[in-house]
Every structure is written in C-alpha cells, then in structure tokens.
Design a protein around this ligand. Structure first.
Ligand SMILES: CC(C)(COP(=O)(O)OP(=O)(O)OC[C@H]1O[C@@H](n2cnc3c(N)ncnc32)[C@H](O)[C@@H]1OP(=O)(O)O)[C@@H](O)C(=O)NCCC(=O)NCCS
Length: 141
C-alpha cells in the first residue's frame, strides 16, 4: 500500500474515479486542468492511497493560515471507493494526513462536512476530531 501526494498528471488522473464518487458533478475532461489550476492558485493538493495497483481512497487538502489558530491543514474532500469502504483505507489516509500536516508545521487539522454525513462524522469523532463550529453559507446567484 502506498499513500502519497499526487504529483504527476498520471497520479492526478488516477484519482478521478474515486473522487468523482464524492464529487459527481466534476467532468472528467476538465479534471486535470481543474486540479492544476487549484494547485497553482490555492495550494490545493490531492493525496491518494494505492493498493494492488488501484487507487482506493483520495483526499483533497489545502494548507493555509488564519488569525484564529495559525497554520492549519484543511481536508476538503475525503472518499474511499465504495467497494473498499470499512477496510481501513480512509483511516490510514486520515492518519497519514495528520503526519503530513505536522510535517508542514500546521497546528490544526480541520474540515467542513455536510450535516447529513453522520457516518463520516462518527469516523471523524473516533479519529479524535471535535465538533467545534457551525458553518454558514449563502449561494450567490
Ligand atoms: C468516510 C470514509 C472516507 C471512511 O473511509 P473508510 O475507508 O471506509 O474508513 P475506515 O475503513 O478506516 O473506517 C470505516 C468507518 O468509516 C465510517 N463510515 C462513514 N461512512 C461510511 C460508509 N459510507 N461506508 C462505510 N463506512 C463508513 C464508519 O464509521 C466505518 O466504521 P465501521 O467500518 O466500523 O462501520 C468513507 O466511508 C467514505 O468515502 N464515505 C463516503 C464519502 C464521505 O462521506 N466522505 C466524507 C465527506 S466529509
């Protein structure tokens, strides 16, 4: 099993099938260009778990800094291939992200998760995350 940041075009393209299970609105044709744009403009990165030559789980992450708590790593996307869930891939990817965040000097790991994703919230709770804030949004036209 290998967990790494997707660097090459092939690494990024290999994440699409799994990531699209969480983000089905993303068109495959634009996927590589979209990820490259986010990398360049926002520091976004994809991390993936590969086992037996197949991508099993993917995370979209971004390191940033805010006044409240300094440098943090945000997990913006986290998904395991449907057929591979509850086999430990998501948990190992999460643990790897914690180490990755520490290595980057982050003082906090954070994520926003839809209110309906209760099973994922239990997963985060078991990983030691606390429910800290309510998140508000408004669609703009
Ligand atoms: C949450 C998720 C990334 C965990 O990955 P995983 O590889 O299944 O994680 P692990 O095997 O290490 O841990 C499994 C635990 O995750 C939780 N879980 C959350 N959603 C789950 C799902 N749809 N199927 C199975 N387990 C899920 C369960 O608590 C499960 O524990 P259990 O096996 O004792 O029932 C994965 O289940 C997933 O992709 N869910 C759908 C997408 C999602 O909700 N992502 C989070 C967005 S905020």
């Amino acid at each position: 099993m290998e967990i790494k940041i997707a660097v090459s075009d092939a690494d990024i393209a290999a994440c699409f099938a799994v990531l699209s299970q969480l983000r089905p609105h993303l068109p495959q044709a634009d996927f590589l260009a979209t990820i490259r744009r986010l990398e360049a403009t926002t520091g976004f990165r994809l991390a993936s778990v590969t086992d037996d030559g197949r991508v099993r789980a993917v995370a979209g992450i971004r390191a940033a800094e805010w006044l409240y708590a300094g440098k943090y790593l945000e997990i913006e996307d986290l998904v395991t291939a449907e057929a591979d869930r509850s086999r430990g891939y998501g948990g190992q990817l999460f643990d790897w992200l914690v180490q990755h965040a520490r290595a980057q000097g982050c003082r906090q790991l954070r994520l926003v998760s839809g209110v309906a994703r209760e099973a994922a919230h239990r997963f985060y709770g078991r990983k030691g995350m606390r429910f800290e804030a309510k998140y508000f949004s408004m669609d703009l036209g």
